[in-house]
Design a protein around this ligand. Structure first.
Ligand code: FES
Ligand code: FE2
Length: 391
């Protein structure tokens, strides 16, 4: 994990405070500094952040099944072997580029549909039916995979610096969860990090969702950004004490208490190319009694949580889908959002081409290919600087 906790304190003064002493006027200083920073709102053109992405529900993939999905700037084959384990690799066969997602699972291996080259669980080609010598470069990149909360997660990179997050207050003895993909009125076309800005954009909560007076401080803690409210009272929401954590650019975990009741959910999105950015959600609730009535009540609560978040997301959708990224003029009220934008721009990224290169044999010049690093938000992964804009 990364270094310690960092906190930004919200300034109470309005944006224009020309007479205040420099040491007492962080608002004006932040405002001017953010105005001068180009790049925070620029598109990130290739690859993806090195984070866990939800790609399928576990129930979508029985043993012996395979499928391919677009992810970040590449395509990934995901399959479940006879051993029940889900594996994910770069999708295109190294022979002539057939999509392995339409091939067959043979035992725990994958077989290409075109000429039946076979790939083992380490991604290496293990068999060519003609008996020809196997080219050294016939090797797929294998992605770290996790199955948690009934969702299949693929890590975009070589070594995850953290596990798929838990919901801290979830207790499996007394609570139940339900996972699903959020139905959207139209495909979401912005990248995960852009939508992720939402939970640090406190001004939009009032304007779009009717939630006023929300302006907590945001802290950065290694791979996470987070904010908390204590006894926040709102007519529609009720009395809430909660923490919202953002892991990478795309996973949000919310936990706390609402009107005296446990509150918690996890939401995560994945940029899935031609299908747009998809959202998955895990709702959790307390199981008051382990009988038919208790389970029916819990099920209703879970469906309510899923419906609430479906509404919130769809309220944002027409705005997100018509945004122009590029030039931005942020003001003092956007200070916490700017902080999140700096975080996502320093968070390591990598591309499909880099991942594929990282498993090739050592080059003729004696230098070995190396895996992209994801050791932390400040790490200098090969593509991080190239994709990080000009901050
Ligand atoms: S394209 Fe896969 S075996 Fe020929
Ligand atoms: Fe929103």
């Amino acid at each position: 994990m990364m270094d310690g906790t960092e906190t930004t304190t919200a300034a109470a003064a309005p944006a224009a405070a020309p007479t205040a002493a420099p040491t007492a006027a962080p608002t004006a200083t932040n405002d001017e500094r953010d105005e001068r920073r180009p790049g925070l709102w620029e598109p990130m053109r290739s690859g993806g952040h090195q984070c866990w992405y939800p790609v399928l529900l576990s129930s979508d993939l029985a043993p012996g099944q395979s499928t391919s999905v677009d992810l970040c700037d590449g395509r990934v084959v995901v399959y479940r072997g006879a051993d029940g384990v889900v594996r994910a690799m770069t999708a295109y066969c190294k022979h002539l580029g057939a999509d392995l997602g339409v091939g067959d699972v043979v035992g725990d291996d994958l077989r290409c549909p075109f000429h039946h080259w076979r790939y083992g669980t380490d991604g290496r080609c293990s068999h060519i039916p003609t008996g020809d010598r196997i080219p050294q470069a016939a090797r797929l990149f294998t992605f770290p995979v996790s199955e948690k909360w009934g969702i299949i997660w693929v890590f975009w990179g070589a070594e995850p610096p953290f596990e798929v997050p838990t919901i801290p207050t979830f207790d499996e003895k007394t609570m139940v969860s339900k996972s699903g993909q959020i139905p959207m009125d139209e495909p979401l076309v912005v990248d995960s990090w852009v939508f992720g800005t939402n939970i640090f954009d406190f001004a939009h909560f009032r304007a779009v969702h009717g939630i006023e007076n929300l302006s907590p401080d945001v802290e950065r803690d290694g791979h996470r950004m987070r904010w908390s409210v204590d006894n926040f009272i709102h007519e529609a929401v009720g009395r809430v004490t909660m923490t919202v954590e953002k892991w990478g650019p795309n996973i949000s975990v919310t936990h706390g208490v609402r009107n005296g009741e446990f509150l918690g959910h996890l939401a995560a999105s994945s940029p899935m190319g031609r299908e747009g950015t998809k959202f998955f959600i895990v709702a959790v609730t307390r199981l008051e009694s382990d009988d038919d009535e208790g389970r029916a009540t819990a099920d209703r609560n879970l469906d309510q949580i899923l419906a609430l978040h479906t509404d919130l997301l769809n309220e944002d959708l027409p705005i997100m889908n018509t945004l122009r990224l590029g030039e931005a003029h942020m003001t003092a009220a956007d200070r916490q959002m700017a902080r999140y934008l700096h975080y996502v721009r320093s968070y390591p990224r990598t591309t499909m081409a880099e991942l594929e290169r990282s498993v090739l044999p050592a080059r003729g010049d004696g230098r070995a290919a190396s895996a992209p690093s994801a050791s932390g938000p400040a790490a200098s992964a090969p593509s991080a600087a190239a994709n990080a804009g000009s901050e």
